[in-house]
Design a protein around this ligand. Structure first.
Ligand SMILES: O=C[C@H](O)[C@H](O)COP(=O)(O)O
Ligand SMILES: C=C(OP(=O)(O)O)C(=O)O
Length: 449
């Protein structure tokens, strides 16, 4: 029996429910062939690794660790290169070092990487100079180029997504276990353009402190294995259900279903309908699950999500990723946290300070202000402090490249700079020095908490 058949065998399956934001594939036979091929491919991650991440996230939910989740808004096939992947990893490793050392907390590191190729969109079409075409939905679906041919959804792209994810994950595993992520490399992560930025200089001082602390421990005869490699997990939005379900496998150890396209998958703000296919699909798999919660989320919706996704109240199974907007977080978040906590749910709460703070600059660029991002994180910490709950982490869109997509930061980017290196295929990302700035500020908030 194929996994799809098995999922069907449960009776009530995602295929019987409305699935928002799915591509309008023109050729269904071609899609079926692709799905059959994907079903025969080897897993990208192991079920045991997903379990390990669930345990780590359990520590986050219990208030014993902090989650750093970040990466591109939309990964692109032509950015699967050693340089791009290394730069992104460097950024996350640097942020992780800052949060661990300055925030004095274990940091669980999860990339929006090796699978983040699909995008939900506000509109299904885009018009430029009087020409209207289907909107770009990520490299897994269609091309970014504004031509009729590129914008036609092509299921062959789902296979390219699998191969791009495999190549990325292979390099990530090599970088994180093959010496590059050794804490003694803490200075090497601070090379190139970022080194001279204010946050890069601050980081260099922190790296010297880490060096001293490690030399001290070495002199005392302590050199733990944990300093040599980094535990790093992959995650993406489980948007295109044909792909996710084709990569769902039965774990031979337990008989449970796992989506082996990534360690953690999340359901987005636009696809978290209680009677929808995404929720049904996620409820069937054992991976750790994230759900984005925007400002319109009601406590009852949050409670139903808990009931459906985490009926056993298992810490680490469910992460709520709140993305309210800086102007709403202090009003909207408290009631959700209060009611969910009062219900006995054991979720991890993390903040996505990006998606509620997007605006269009006069130049037409979609952008975000660093100060708004920071303010939403502050609001998130304030709310958790006032309720005595744990601010469990941050979820950010970032890149390791020196792009100019978000305004502000210590090495300030102005609205007039946006055109210089605006490279995102969808939403604006923090560049490396803005990401480091954020890590230092979050570490301070965490310590103060
Ligand atoms: O990343 C999130 C969404 O895909 C993105 O914000 C949608 O952007 P749009 O409003 O331009 O469609
Ligand atoms: C689409 C995303 O966010 P949201 O669902 O919160 O809008 C995203 O994180 O890529």
């Amino acid at each position: 029996m194929t996994v799809n058949a098995e999922i069907h065998a449960g009776g009530h399956t995602w295929r019987d429910l409305p699935a928002a934001q799915q591509p309008d594939w023109p050729d269904h036979e071609a899609l079926r062939d692709v799905i059959a091929e994907l079903e025969s491919y080897p897993p990208l991650v192991f079920a045991g690794e997903c379990d390990q991440l669930r345990e780590r996230l359990g520590a986050v939910a219990r208030g014993e660790a902090f989650l750093l989740q970040g990466g591109d808004c939309a990964e692109a096939f032509d950015a699967v290169s050693a340089e791009h992947i290394r730069n992104k990893l460097k950024t996350l490793l640097q942020m992780g070092a800052v949060l661990t050392y300055a925030g004095s907390v274990p940091v669980v590191k999860v990339g929006r990487i090796a699978g983040q190729y699909s995008k939900p969109r506000s509109k299904s079409t885009e018009t430029r100079d009087g020409v209207t075409l289907p909107t770009y939905r990520g490299d897994s679906v269609n091309g970014f180029e504004f031509t009729e041919a590129a914008r036609i959804p092509d299921p062959q792209r789902l296979k390219r997504m699998y191969h791009a994810s495999a190549a990325t994950l292979n390099l990530v595993r090599a970088f994180t276990t093959g010496g590059y992520a050794d804490l003694r490399q803490v200075h090497a992560w601070n090379q190139d353009f970022v080194k001279s930025s204010p946050s890069g200089q601050r980081y260099e001082a922190l790296a010297r402190e880490i060096d001293r602390a490690m030399n001290f421990m070495k002199a005392c005869g302590v050199e733990p294995e944990e300093f040599r490699t980094v535990e790093f997990f992959s995650s993406h939005e489980a948007l295109i259900l044909d792909y996710e379900s084709a990569l769902t496998r039965t774990d031979s150890r337990t008989g449970n279903l796992y989506d082996v396209s990534g360690h953690m998958v999340w359901i987005g703000e636009r696809t978290r309908q209680l009677d929808g296919a995404h929720l049904e699909f996620a409820s069937r798999i054992r991976n750790p699950i994230g759900v984005k919660l925007g400002p319109t989320t009601t406590p009852q919706e949050a409670l139903t999500l808990v009931e459906r996704l985490d009926p056993d109240r298992e810490p680490g199974r469910l992460t709520f990723i709140t993305r309210m907007g800086a102007d709403k977080v202090r009003d909207k978040l408290p009631e959700l946290v209060e009611k969910v906590t009062a219900s006995g749910a054991k979720v991890a709460w993390i903040t996505d300070p990006m998606h509620g703070n997007t605006f269009e600059a006069a130049s037409g660029h979609k952008t975000r202000r660093f100060d708004d991002v920071l303010d939403e994180v502050k609001g998130f910490f304030e709310v958790h402090k006032s309720l005595g709950t744990h601010p469990g982490g941050i979820h950010v869109e970032l890149t390791g490249d020196d792009v100019t997509e978000c305004v502000g930061g210590g090495d300030e980017i102005f609205v007039d700079d946006l055109h210089q290196r605006y490279e995102t295929a969808c939403d604006p990302r923090l560049n490396r020095s803005q990401s480091l700035d954020l890590a230092f500020l979050v570490a301070e908030m965490y310590r103060d908490q």
